[in-house]
Design a protein around this ligand. Sequence first.
Ligand code: NAD
Length: 484
Amino acid sequence: MKYPELKNCINGELTDDVSDHLDVLSPLDGSIISTVPLSNYDAVDKAASAARKAFESWSRIPIKERVQVFFKYKQLLEKNLKELSELVHEENGKTIPEAIAEIEKSIEVTEFACALPQLAAGEIMEVSRGVECRVDRYPVGVVASITPFNFPNMVPNWTIPNALALGNAMILKPSELVPLSANRIAELLKEAGLPDGVFNIVHGSKEVVEAICDHPGIDAITFVGSTKVAKIVYQRGTSKFKRVLALGGAKNHLIVLPDANVEMTASNVAASMSGCAGQRCMAASAMVAVGSIDHIIEKLCEEAKKIIPGKNLGAVISKPAKERIENYITEAEQQGAKILVDGRNYKVEGKENGFYVGPTVIDYVHPDMKIAKEEVFGPVLSIIRTKDVDSAIEIQNSSHYGNAASVFTQSGGLARYVTERVSAGMTGVNIGVPVPREPFSFGGWNESKFGAGDITGKSSIEFWTKLKKTTIKWNPESRTNWMS
Ligand code: NAD
């Protein structure tokens, strides 16, 4: 094994009390690179106690002092960018440039957290003569962040800097498929000066997530992952009266109109469907082709054929994921769809045990087919042909997801018409991956997100804090006012 057996990180100590462990495989070549403990309620209980104790002092430190840790953390992410991105590449299977982009996004969200003293200040106003009201933000308390496999560094960092800078203490439950980056994050936070216990990691799977939902010492939970589990976490967590924000899966539509710029559209759609091997919740999954756009589809296939697994296309996360993706393609073919570019049964020379699927473009997909409705989460694009803009919008609106949707056109009026009508939390014009950058917040609609607000940016301030309203009378000569 390239890396030592992984342990939980509780109160600054590496601990492992369980006998149950899971092998961590590198999707690049299928080799075992480490093992991860499958912890239980006891570990969550210990982490919750450590976090509560740390919270008492951390939350009392002024925010301007707390963010100094994140100025240092940002520098450490920058200093260690190469090593951190190699770790992401190895445990997740994405390419090195994609892993670098992931760490760069972690740096950007940390930069945002450093600005929180400017953004999260309270308010004060004289509400009647000699009487003022002030509103102060208080941290929620001990919070938990449950994360998926597709961004081992970035998704934990969507929550860590903001939640901690705002005074909370955290338990992170990373995906058991990519647990290594989380422990490196803990080391860097410690090096940046974060006190022990403010950030803890409990590794594991379902049992740890259920313990987090049930534990009375945890006040709030963010979850990022599939819609199936997002619903479980949202229901179970809120039934225990916790504040929960649960981001789920996606089925993103790119609506391409006949006047779209051919080269730009083809390269953007190809990059969106294949980036991170299609394992992004913002990836293009369906292209809704409006009218006759065969010239764009032809160019798109040319672009897709330039994407080579093991070179500029990474691996998918696991063997079951590869099989699941290939089954979707085969089923669509059997139902009458036409495979224009076929990525099935791909082997990378020298990495025959890696989990690779080549870029796949499927034409004549009907909106009722399984591949048109479900999240495939692989480098696969379904083309759904339709006659006009309104029917394209109808197809997008029929999805129960609502993360992202984009339109490709040179008409400003049509772009506006579409972005206003699609049912998605993040929309784009002539862009394949419409991810809002800081300080704008990230979050979808419909079954792509459960709970109020978004997970990053300004919106996250509401999630990680609660408001205290104080009314003060400064005029003793006026013994009563209209409220008293
Ligand atoms: P997942 O739902 O399988 O796992 C997410 C987390 O939940 C992991 O930590 C895992 O250990 C835990 N988990 C898995 N099954 C569980 C169960 N039955 N009960 C309790 N906990 C359980 O998701 P994944 O496969 O790791 O990630 C891919 C999914 O995440 C895709 O659906 C993708 O769209 C979604 N995603 C969404 C966003 C977003 O912003 N909306 C971002 C990234 C990924």
